[in-house]
Unconditional design. Sequence first.
Length: 175
Amino acid sequence: MLAGQVPGGGWLLFAYLAYAEQMAEAYEAAHHQIADSAGPSQAGVHIAASASPSAFAASLARTLAERHNVGSTVYWGNEGFCIDLALHHPRRREDVTLGILCDGVRFAQAEDPVEWDIFRTGILECQGWRLHRLWSPDFFRDPDGNTRKLLREMKEFLKQEEQAEAMVKSAGAEE
């Protein structure tokens, strides 16, 4: 385009499509970089900033990473609808398998913390989250049993995912 000319609709569309292609290539390169760098022995913990930090959630994340090689993000999402602990997918580290909601101080300032927590849970489930509620008193009474429950639920998710992928592949092979 020459200097001083106003871009028309066709030019703007072309420029946008070129930009979208560049973004797709950048995303694909970043995705491969993450996949290549995240081997099975590199489970990590990312603790995001939060106005209501929980030492329990952070400690649980570190324990899962160290003892069970399960990576996670602590405080996934925004403050109002935050997942206390999002467990990463073992093969696709940018994806999550299970959201863990811990009791604690997150909604102590709410007029009715229980009502708010029920509302938050409903919204997150509508967005596709598979959630597990973890009460700290129960966890401290039986940490190994509760950890086994978390890991079992994560494995169930992965098994269902594999079955769904196999069905899609077999349906594609039949066509």
